[in-house]
Design a protein around this ligand. Structure first.
Ligand SMILES: [Zn+2]
Length: 275
């Protein structure tokens, strides 16, 4: 998977570098996936076939090199020891082909890609759960607060093979991040218009439209009844506005690439992470 999107998040993805699907991952997803499907999904990831991934609230999705797009929701649940369930979702290739109700290898790949480990819990958890307890969650809240009392303006420029993204505000707030090509494309796909691109932009590719379609589906499925009424009236809830923001997307992207320990978070404020 060298050079792939999955490769670019390998530092923080607990399944990276494994030759075989770890048993704990198969056990964690057993209620929804059989072992053979998970192994096939894992192989898809290891072969570097994911061109774009989508994370929004409890939902996760991916667009594969052959244009197949799949997603599912992994929301919290007290009923299972995992602390979450897999529900809803679809695959553009395999829909209707699973009369058993079991899910396909593409959805298995998405579920596996969404698994993370936290320091306080031995098992695997979805990314949303990681952000809840991880220092990245605190960083996301801090950035949201900053953005809500005066917008942050973002600009990006190419620096060698990477992209340097900077955000600043009139009050002196500033941040700088170095993004790999894959991650810059990922951010550009969903928040390209919120960034002033100097000289050039990340290359547009075929993964953008299906990835945005998945995002829309997840956004619809994760909206509360109140939010649906608000959306019908043409407005967004505060929760949705935060979810939709470039700050949230950026933190999620960085949390996917960089492990951050509590010590690192308290001593590293103001530094520029590289991803
Ligand atoms: Zn499928």
């Amino acid at each position: 998977m060298a050079g792939s999107l999955v490769d670019s998040i390998a530092c923080a993805w607990p399944l990276a570098g494994r030759r075989l699907l770890p048993l704990e991952a198969a056990v964690a997803l057993k209620p929804w996936f059989d072992r053979s499907t998970l192994q096939k999904g894992f192989s898809l990831l290891m072969q570097g076939t994911v061109g774009r991934f989508v994370l929004y609230r409890s939902g996760a999705g991916a667009v594969f090199n052959d244009s197949v797009a799949a997603f599912l929701l992994m929301p919290p649940s007290d009923a299972l020891p995992q602390g979450y369930v897999c529900r809803d979702g679809s695959c553009t290739l395999c829909r209707g082909n699973r009369p058993s109700g079991r899910r396909c290898r593409h959805q298995a790949a998405v579920a596996l890609l969404n698994l993370r480990t936290t320091g306080d819990f031995a098992g695997f958890v979805p990314v949303w759960r990681l952000l809840k307890s991880n220092p990245w969650g605190a960083i996301a809240r801090y950035l949201q607060q900053e953005a809500e009392v005066g917008s942050i303006s973002f600009q990006a420029r190419k620096a060698g093979a990477a992209w340097r993204l900077e955000g600043c505000k009139e009050n002196g707030f500033s941040l700088a991040v170095s993004l790999s090509r894959h991650l810059a494309q990922q951010l550009h796909c969903f928040h390209g218009s919120a960034i002033r691109w100097h000289d050039s932009m990340p290359e547009q590719d075929e993964f953008g439209p299906p990835a945005r379609a998945i995002l829309d589906k997840i956004a619809l499925l994760t909206a509360t009844d109140t939010e649906k009424r608000l959306n019908k009236a043409g407005s967004r809830s505060i929760g949705q506005q935060r979810e939709d923001s470039i700050q949230t997307a950026l933190v999620r992207l960085l949390a996917n690439c960089l492990c951050l320990s509590p010590v690192c978070a308290s001593s590293g404020a103001g530094t520029a992470p590289s991803a």
